[in-house]
Write a protein that binds this ligand. Structure first.
Ligand code: XMP
Length: 517
């Protein structure tokens, strides 16, 4: 039977922080790419689809060190082109009979290579191209059959190749932006050397995903918890496209949503997309459960438990359900199965509806599990979701509850909703929303003296926080332009009666976290 899956480039992961970036760069070329553990067998590699080439990622280990990761030797006889990057180059050199050394002079950061021989890898690349180096070790002796194609003053074997076997290796990282022509080099490998077909795009993904969902689900029903966030929204719309009314979405309004959020979810999914929507207005239940609670963990646990209870009791009203849809993404899957032990579990916390009760026996449906976040956004656009939803910042499951520091009351939440809306509005108006990972406002359990008109006031204090980040594991505070901060402070004090002082949070993570609670 013909294999109609996409031609694929496999990235073997030697533990580099950049492995996922390599796969993304390959997909940006329009070619499907999958990451496998460094020790994947040839059978496992071929099981991913019609594989056209293999990339060895970088990694933090040192090849001469005992126990450093090695690929299965048989990958060198699969007849596939191989591209070794940094550690990948070194491990390939060592295993094929060359030598790797740990020199005294190590090379990190930006460098200019000198391309000294014609190579298909460097087709169209300028001779002194700028690259990003980040490794201590280097090749000291090339394996037999290899020739050198680029060097730097401190690294004589910056790029080597065996054109007969189509094995290539570079000491630098073509996948990072500081390697100015790195994407050109990856393109040369993937498209010209491996001859992979560039047919990976969101249009073809939708057709295949719709077919796969129909085949899996048949005439059974799927439940999806909508949170208003990007992943669950895109998953829901994709599944809806496949099975229409066999999908039922549950949306729990916990009273801690952003301004207008519940209305816009109902409007968009219920009216525009015409989905079956089970809506639970549980605001009062959440507020009364939180009454008098100020401890952050206590608040989180209370919100989490009540969410699970509400979600299941709504689910029971939805008839006979066989699947629970989740917006799990590719990075969650890769990290959880990495031989280096990734930090993430396969089920994300705000989608994670706890251990399933006995009477609900659902299978998981995870239609986004092959996609990176930026691909999910592209998919959302392709499916017709509005831009304000598709480019949305992350928002925590417990919502404004963990941003209302101290006791959570309806009045304080209403103030916070206004503050948050003003902050986001000003950031969007200034064209900064897309530069920021996450922007949030917190209401503090502190009052301060102010003066408005001729009157002395004694009102609450709020903080604004905006951070840049790649993955929320670490974050830096965003250097917000003064005029934007000024507009926010002035609007908040004028428009939100309960507040007379606005602070801007300038702490990175670590030592602080992104959320205050
Ligand atoms: P912290 O505050 O730990 O947050 O630096 C890291 C990222 O996780 C988000 N966050 C949550 N997301 N459920 C979620 O879905 C939660 O309970 C939760 N708590 C924090 C936070 O907004 C940031 O993006």
């Amino acid at each position: 039977m013909a294999d109609n899956r996409h031609e694929c480039i496999v990235v073997l992961d030697f533990g580099a922080q950049y492995s996922q970036l390599i796969a993304r760069r390959v997909r940006e070329l329009g070619v499907y790419s999958q990451i496998l553990p460094f020790n994947a067998t040839p059978e496992e590699i071929l099981a991913t689809g019609p594989v056209k080439g293999i990339i060895f990622s970088g990694g933090p280990a040192s090849v001469p060190q005992e126990g450093s990761p090695r690929p299965d030797y048989r990958v060198f006889s699969m007849g596939l082109p191989i591209f070794g990057i940094c550690y990948g180059l070194q491990v390939m050199s060592q295993m094929l009979g060359g030598q790797v050394e740990c020199p005294e002079h190590k090379e990190y950061g930006i460098a200019n290579i000198d391309i000294i021989a014609k190579s298909p890898l460097f087709e169209g690349v300028s001779r002194n191209s700028q690259v990003w180096m980040s490794h201590g070790d280097r090749v000291a002796m090339m394996p037999e059959g290899f020739t050198v194609t680029a060097q730097t003053p401190s690294c004589p074997y910056t790029a080597i190749e065996d054109r007969k076997r189509d094995f290539y290796g570079v000491q630098f990282h073509p996948e990072v932006v500081h390697s100015l022509e790195g994407q050109k080099m990856l393109g040369n490998f993937v498209l010209n050397i491996c001859h992979a077909k560039a047919d990976w795009n969101m249009g073809s993904f939708i057709d295949e995903a719709v077919e796969a969902i129909r085949a899996e689900v048949g005439d059974r029903n799927v439940l999806c918890g909508l949170s208003g966030g990007v992943d669950s929204s895109v998953a829901a719309v994709l599944i809806h496209k496949a099975i229409g009314d066999q999908l039922v979405c549950v949306f729990v309004n916990n009273g801690m949503l952003r301004k207008g959020e519940a209305e816009s979810v109902l409007e968009l999914f219920g009216k525009n997309f015409n989905m079956r929507l089970q809506y639970a207005d549980a605001e009062e239940a959440f507020l009364s459960a939180l009454k008098g609670k100020t401890d952050p963990e206590d608040k989180r646990k209370t919100i989490g438990k009540l969410f699970v209870d509400t979600f299941y009791s709504e689910a029971r009203k939805c008839g006979d359900i066989s699947y629970l849809a989740q917006g799990t993404l590719y990075p969650d899957i890769v990290e959880s199965r990495s031989p280096f032990g990734g930090p993430t579990s396969t089920i994300k916390s705000h989608h994670n509806v706890g251990g399933l009760p006995e009477d609900l026996k659902w299978k998981l449906l995870e239609p986004l599990k092959d996609l990176f976040k930026d691909e999910v956004r592209a998919l959302g656009r392709e499916l017709g979701l509005p831009e304000e939803l598709v480019d949305r910042h992350p928002f925590p499951g417990p919502g404004l509850g963990v941003r209302c520091i101290g006791e959570v009351t309806k009045e304080r939440l209403d103030s916070l909703r206004e503050i948050d809306a003003i902050f986001i509005d000003e950031i969007r108006k200034a064209g900064l929303y897309g530069h920021i990972w996450q922007a949030l406002a917190d209401l503090l359990p502190v009052k301060s003296v102010g003066v408005q008109g001729d009157e002395r006031t004694y009102r609450e204090v709020c903080t604004l926080r905006a951070v840049t980040s790649a993955d929320a594991m670490t974050a830096d505070w965003y250097r917000m332009p003064y005029d934007v901060m000024q507009k926010c402070a002035s609007r908040i004090c004028n428009e939100v009666g309960a507040v007379n002082r606005v602070l801007y949070d300038i702490t990175s993570k670590p030592p602080a976290t992104i959320e205050w609670e």
